[in-house]
Design a protein around this ligand. Structure first.
Ligand SMILES: [Zn+2]
Length: 261
């Protein structure tokens, strides 16, 4: 804890003044929150910095593996921190965008990948490991769909550098779209699974009945983002193209147009 306490002292001396000035500035005007941002608790991710958000603009929910428990799988139907956070953000604070953000080298997803061939067993809850139970319960759909899309033989071909294309349908609450994970074969299998997993968790947002009228009217939109940790590069999923595209000067306008239309 010593480093944590020293960090607070550093914040006090170098940043507290600017921080409180920002809070003052934003409390004097109506700040419209922009998004509910659901991401992994991995310490390498710093979502507020990545999107350069001001105080009050991003409602952040973090957990192991950027999970959004499906409404039917949340404890006692719908009771989960993530479900409560969606209601607080989208219903009580009129936030019109939900982002689910995955990332490369995700330890939670790597663990799912390691268990991909025994998914029929990973449904079992293990009393001695809340983490395993969490991953099993909420990552099962990801693994089932991924192994259906990529056979073991496909996975070996992909590991040898061959591009494997396979579409899978997802639905973010309006129309269905087809995703082709990593069509340029830039990422290893664990990271392909991570991108696929991110889309699955984003589609789980649409399972919450209280959001469905807002999704149908387009008052709430669901998006998937994915962060490449080693390159420091954020991607946004393009439903039209069916894969994650790096957000750069050359792509930003087109992506913004697509997801706001
Ligand atoms: Zn992670």
């Amino acid at each position: 804890m010593d480093k944590i306490i020293r960090g607070v002292l550093k914040f006090n001396s170098r940043m507290r003044k600017d921080y409180t000035a920002d809070i003052d500035r934003f409390s004097q005007k109506v700040v419209k929150p922009l998004t509910v941002f659901i991401t992994c608790m991995d310490s390498r991710l710093n979502p507020i910095t990545f999107v350069q958000a001001n105080p009050g603009e991003v409602f952040c929910i973090r957990n192991p593996g950027n999970m959004v428990p499906h409404y039917c799988e949340a404890e006692a139907e719908g009771i989960s921190a993530e479900g409560a956070g969606l209601e607080l953000g989208c219903i009580m604070n009129d936030i019109g965008n939900v982002v689910v953000c995955g990332h490369s080298d995700c330890k939670a997803v790597n663990s799912l990948y390691a268990q991909r061939n025994c998914w029929h067993r990973i449904q079992e809850r293990t009393m001695d490991s809340p983490l395993k139970s969490w991953l099993s319960l909420h990552g099962l759909q990801t693994v089932q769909k991924f192994t259906k899309l990529f056979s073991e033989e496909d996975q070996q071909r992909s590991a040898r550098g061959e591009t494997i294309l396979g579409g899978f349908k997802f639905n973010f609450g309006r129309e269905e779209f087809v995703c082709n994970v990593d069509p340029n074969n830039k990422f290893n299998l664990e990271d392909k699974l991570s991108q696929f997993h991110c889309l699955q968790q984003a589609s789980n947002v649409a399972s919450y009945p209280l959001l469905q009228p807002y999704l149908k009217k387009g008052e709430v939109k669901i998006h998937a983002m994915w962060f490449d940790v080693s390159k420091g590069q954020m991607h946004l999923f393009s439903p039209t193209n069916g894969y994650f595209i790096p957000i750069e000067e050359t792509s930003a306008d087109e992506l913004a147009k697509e997801i706001t239309s």
